[in-house]
Design a protein around this ligand. Sequence first.
Ligand SMILES: Cc1ncc(C[n+]2csc(CCOP(=O)(O)OP(=O)(O)O)c2C)c(N)n1
Ligand SMILES: [Mg+2]
Length: 396
Amino acid sequence: MAQDGTRPGPGSTGGIDDAGPATGTVLPGPARPGADDLVQLIDSHGVRHPHAHYDALVADIDGPALQKLYEDMVVVRRIDAEATALQRQGELALWPPLLGQEAAQIGSGRALRSDDFVFSSYRENAVAYCRGVDLSDILRVWRGNASSGWDPYTINMATPQVIIGAQTLHATGYAMGIINDGDDAVAVAYFGDGATSQGDVNESMVFAASYQAPVIFFCQNNHWAISEPVGLQAHVPIARRAPGFGIPSVRVDGNDVLACLAVTREALARARSGGGPTFIEAVTYRMGPHTTADDPTRYRDANELEDWAARDPLARLAALLDSLGLLEAEYTDSVKATADAVAAELRQGCLSMPEPAPSDVFKHVYSTPNSWLDRQQDHYERYLASFAQAPQEGPR
Ligand SMILES: Cc1ncc(C[n+]2csc(CCOP(=O)(O)OP(=O)(O)O)c2C)c(N)n1
Ligand SMILES: [Mg+2]
């Protein structure tokens, strides 16, 4: 398989189908080395493989449930395509596509309870979809309409974090709060392969392990941090780092929605029962650009994309459904209709979004009144008002 771009490290983390048997291992802390294998339940051809440990965790996922996961993935891919089109049409300033990462996000997102709390980066729009986000709210920031998209407590998901890795600190702090509350909810931090080089992520893991906080570190290794290949910063699989912090980890095929669901459920159960944090490395691939402002043809080989397209998360689930007789035209037509309706709602929500007032920039900075900010707002409003009062220039 293709290496991680132009500068592969000796321990490339690529390779799903060539990574040996599907026997991914959750490590019980640093005592046992190696978490290299990938948990895989559905291979890239859509063949369902039995798994001695993980089958039990998805025993309830029957045909209709598999169909629902497929529908979710089709819908979020459609949301992604529609948002990309909106950006190209000048309706959004920027968009960070998730193309290729649908299984990692839907598999994990659908494992969560509504009282769990997600702390994500900017690319987890499919997770936001699982949380029930209002579709326009996904676009608000990218349209330059608001400083953040939604009230986090309405869907128990913080607004997307652009400071790479910072949300892992928030998730860990929130999880420590869960312990104080005596609750059994779980905080889930989503971040990328590149983020694992940030101090914040490493500091989070120290605290999470020290406090045995109920937090999941869900790393989507999509092989690229903008133009930097993962092999540059990770000479061993990323999941291997976590046991060094005393955190069990697992590498999962991030293009296998069922496997992602299984490992996330296991991590959630561990956290709820007082077993502390888990690190999940979902090995996937960013098939699109980093954002719509990026041109990946400048730094990555077309063959690599082709290799990963052959592992497409939707195609493999479609193949599995087909083999089970669950991909009849009536079903696929209804999935397409749902995706079309969601895309239409997204577009309508984007185009009808009211323009913000200039002074809205002061909203939501602090949760309580702040005299310093109030003074700035007052100055700014008087400054804006001065334009209305300025004498009109007449004809010369
Ligand atoms: C602290 C910080 N440093 C640098 C950046 C610039 N930056 C934005 S995205 C990105 C790459 C992140 O890659 P990864 O963590 O793999 O996430 P992905 O974009 O692949 O989902 C960088 C370096 C930033 N936003 N924040
Ligand atoms: Mg990445």
